[in-house]
Design a protein around this ligand. Structure first.
Ligand code: AMP
Length: 413
């Protein structure tokens, strides 16, 4: 009688049936176990089915959508890309391309990022060396298409990454033009932090019977992040910032402001106190923004002052603190800003400066994240009209059905 050889059940990425070069690349990258979105998305996408995935940056979504495509790739004409990822910002396009390079199964699998602000010539040179996957912002991809410098005829795999953000920016017409030029025989994956009716409409138009996968982003990221607010008068915000930085000593932090002008002014004022500070916003030339991001990623910059353009897609694992120097006007930006910390299961801390007039805005944020935010204080920095202190609330959760807390704000009276 013969007995079957005893084999251990495969675990981690091995259980996902990925080809050996990918397992080796994952090993080199130091990824031991698939994150929840990877464990959920990879097996479905490997069947070739379209997927509508609700997940934020920071959950490992990029590898989740790249690996199934890489696993299926078997060479082919290096001049004709087989995959395209569309992303809302240059920063995200660069990051996705870096992740693709990191996980690439072969030196013949080449990824080229294309985005505005960089010379066409440079991007064409890179494509001439071979391009399996294009990662680009919709505007620049379309520019290349109209110049005839990108061919989509062999594309079998398309991803709309951070689709909600792309629609917010107003990329819908460009996305639709590109989608209409893709071969119909393809797999389409759409990733979005939120599933609005507009997203579903886009999915309905360009996807075939997609499987919906939801990773409930608020619970995944926001719950792990310690969140606090400090009430402060507008004119004392700078002094408060210096005190918070001195007290909390962040490993790395992003200080979010609403206006580019505030960002520049803050940078000038903060530099004498903290030499490892830098600033980034949409008005700076792309090479300068790239340099700042590279320095931030390398840990040469400790405090980065940024506007919301940067709130998505920044993926720097050393970020321990987020400071909302200004509360965001758009509530959802709060979640995206604080999601820059607490990456891949790490803890993080987010502190928001709230002026006495902004009580309602803070309530709106608490409602959105379904959680009360703790008050923090720094001696000598109290606002002239502080927010009324909250009666003790044990579990700090808001009732998801009945919503609002019973908080009161002096400024509402
Ligand atoms: P993403 O959500 O794709 O922006 O990924 C967030 C960060 O997690 C990136 O720095 C990835 O390189 C990293 N990452 C992705 N998957 C894994 C994994 N399974 N294990 C460890 N790190 C990962």
């Amino acid at each position: 009688m013969t007995t079957a050889p005893h084999t251990e059940p495969a675990t981690g990425f091995h259980a996902l049936n990925l080809m050996p070069p990918l397992l080796e690349a994952l090993d080199r990258a130091g990824y031991k176990d698939p994150s929840p979105i990877q464990a959920a998305l990879i097996p479905v996408a490997m069947t070739g089915r379209d997927v509508l995935g609700q997940a934020q940056t920071g959950t490992g979504k990029t590898a989740a959508y790249l690996l199934p495509f890489m696993n299926r790739w078997r060479g082919g004409d290096p001049m004709k890309p087989q995959g395209i990822v569309m992303a809302p910002t240059r920063e995200l396009a660069v990051q996705v391309a870096e992740e693709a390079d990191k996980l690439s199964p072969s030196r013949h699998f080449r990824t080229v990022p294309v985005y505005g602000g960089q010379r066409f010539g440079r991007q064409m040179e890179l494509m001439r060396l071979g391009c399996t996957l294009i990662v680009g912002t919709p505007g620049r991809v379309l520019d290349h298409l109209s110049r005839g410098t990108i061919s989509l005829e062999k594309v079998r795999f398309a991803v709309l990454d951070e689709a909600d953000r792309m629609l917010d920016i107003g990329f819908r017409p460009q996305i639709e033009k590109i989608m209409r030029r893709l071969p119909t025989k393809r797999q389409t994956l759409l990733m979005s932090a939120t599933m609005s009716p507009q997203i579903l409409k886009l999915a309905q138009r360009y996807m075939i019977d997609p499987e919906h996968l939801s990773m409930t982003p608020e619970v995944m990221t926001v719950d792990k992040i310690e969140q606090k607010y400090i009430t402060v008068d507008e004119e004392k915000k700078f002094d408060l910032l210096v005190k918070v930085l001195e007290r909390d000593k962040p490993r790395q932090c992003i200080i979010f402001v609403e206006r580019k002008r505030t960002a520049d002014k803050l940078y000038k004022n903060l530099k004498p106190h903290f030499p490892k500070v830098s600033v980034t916003h949409g008005d700076l030339p792309q090479p300068k923004r790239d340099k700042v991001m590279a320095d931030f990623r390398a840990g040469k910059i400790i405090c980065l002052i940024a506007t919301d353009v940067m709130s998505r897609g920044i993926d720097v694992s050393g970020i321990s603190h987020i400071i909302n120097f200004d509360l965001p006007n758009d509530l959802e930006s709060y979640v995206h800003r604080i999601g820059r910390t607490g990456r891949m299961g790490k803890d993080g801390c987010a502190t928001s400066f709230v002026t006495p007039e902004q009580g309602e805005q803070l309530t709106g944020i608490e409602h959105l994240i379904n959680r009360l935010i703790d008050e923090d204080r720094i001696e000598g920095m109290e606002a002239f009209t502080p927010r009324v202190k909250e009666p003790e609330n044990k579990d700090k959760k808001m009732n998801p059905v009945f919503g609002r807390s019973k908080r009161k704000y002096t400024n509402r009276l």
